[in-house]
Design a protein around this ligand. Structure first.
Ligand code: AMP
Ligand code: GLY
Length: 421
């Protein structure tokens, strides 16, 4: 079988790594990928959002199955384009992708189908938004309605910051059309966890739980990012909480999609806050998380290409899970997330040869035969361990052997979980 993975990040390198281990996979392609993914997969020089050219390429090359990593091509309608041409692709269609593509759509869906979430309102007029902030008080969270690459949500602890966020999004339009409409919602407290399933109509298959670390700095300080590190499983999602998430979130979502006549097939990611009143949904994503996918895929033992294909074809499939933990720390470039600096050479990757450590690339490229920094999140250093402590020690030991100009990373990935047990 010939596979194509669409996307450029750490999640896509991890997908290519995992899927290429399948006996069913004879050839694997990646559009466009990164320096790490190109060591395993053939590079396709087409942008992930150029869905027509991707469909042409897949038809011409006789690729059997395409797996989509990021949200942008899904929201753009890559699945609709492929299906119109009879090509097999794993991901939700354009309508279903609105669950991530529009926060206002997702919130009204949750409200309608009684999926627990923060109280909220939607605004298109900055003056009205500001009046609401004055009445509601802080803390609160202001979110751009559309896609913003992880930069669209602002947690505001005081009124001044909240007013500035409204000016930034709605008046100055710094996130373009994405921020012209905003959701303002109640601030929730608790542990934030990620719960991802494979979904096809009414069937779903859970993947192991995980916890991301969204803020740039240790102790959950600094601005929100795409995610600075993750591990799986998370002790915060015990069996009882997992049942509640399935019943109150996943199964209600499925019922809602059915009633709305929306067909969903693909990964479905629920970003949750585990509050004193139970789990509440912060966001739905229509894809695997990044960096959550890295430790999750490391814990899948069997043939994941077969799992996906069987699931796609409506057959029963069992996803075999490794009992070990996996932990991933993101190495980001100087200036990330505001203004990532690019072009610096990455040193030390050849020093890492341990069987228990995997380095997934994200924003890397090859220039003059050398691996260089191409984007904000550069590398994902990951390891398996019999417990999180062990996995952490291996990861941080490996990081000492890697360097590039301005490298920044969090030192506390997984610590909250270790402190708990
Ligand atoms: P979102 O894109 O909606 O997931 O928001 C990005 C990040 O902002 C989340 O991962 C949380 O860390 C934080 N966040 C979002 N909504 C809330 C909320 N209602 N209360 C507290 N933190 C939030
Ligand atoms: N790591 C969070 C996300 O993928 O949205």
């Amino acid at each position: 079988m010939k596979l194509l993975v669409v996307g450029n990040g750490g999640r896509e390198h991890a997908l290519v790594w995992k899927l290429s281990q399948s006996k069913l996979v004879k050839e694997i392609y990646v559009a466009k990928g990164n320096a790490g993914a190109w060591e395993i997969a053939k590079k396709v020089d087409i942008e992930p959002t150029n869905v027509k050219d991707l469909a042409e390429f897949v038809s011409k090359e006789g690729i059997d199955f395409t797996i989509v990593g990021p949200e942008a091509p899904l929201v753009e309608g890559i699945v609709d384009e492929f299906e119109m041409r009879g090509l097999k692709i794993f991901g939700p269609n354009k309508t279903a992708s609105q669950l991530e593509g529009s926060k206002a759509f997702a919130k009204s869906f949750m409200q309608k189908y009684n999926i627990p979430t923060a109280v909220y309102d939607v605004f298109e007029d900055p003056a009205k938004a500001k009046r609401f902030i004055k009445d509601f008080g802080t803390p609160l969270v202001i979110k751009a309605d559309g896609l913003a690459g992880g930069k669209g949500a602002m947690v505001c602890y005081d009124e001044k910051t909240a007013m500035e966020a409204i000016d930034k999004l709605m008046v100055r339009g710094e996130l373009g059309i994405s921020g012209k409409r905003v959701v303002i919602e109640q601030f929730l407290e608790g542990q934030e966890v990620s719960y991802i399933v494979l979904l096809d109509g009414e069937r779903y298959l859970p993947l192991p739980s995980s916890q991301d670390h969204k803020r740039l700095l240790d102790g959950d300080a600094g601005p929100n990012t795409g995610g600075m590190g993750a591990y799986s499983p998370t002790p915060f999602v015990n069996e009882e909480i997992e049942r509640v998430i399935q019943k109150q979130v996943i199964e209600r979502l499925i019922r809602g999609l059915k009633e709305e006549g929306i067909y969903y097939r693909g990964f479905l990611y629920a970003g949750l806050m585990l509050t004193e009143d139970g789990p509440k949904v912060l966001e739905f994503n229509v894809r695997l998380g990044d960096p959550e996918a890295q430790p999750i895929l490391m814990r899948i033992k069997g043939d994941f290409a077969k799992n996906l294909l069987d699931f796609y074809e409506g057959k029963y499939t069992e996803i075999e899970i490794d009992n070990r933990c996996a932990l991933c720390v993101v190495l980001a470039s100087r200036g990330y997330p505001e203004k990532p600096q690019v072009g610096d050479v990455v040193y030390g990757l050849d020093n890492i040869k341990d069987d228990d450590i995997v380095v997934f690339h994200a924003g890397t490229d090859i220039q003059n035969g050398k691996v260089v920094v191409r984007g904000g999140r550069v590398l994902n250093v990951c390891a398996w361990g019999y417990n999180l402590r062990e996995a952490r020690e291996k990861v941080y030991g490996a990081i000492e052997r890697i360097r590039f100009e301005g490298m920044q990373y969090r030192k506390d990935i997984g610590l909250k979980a270790i402190d708990l047990v």
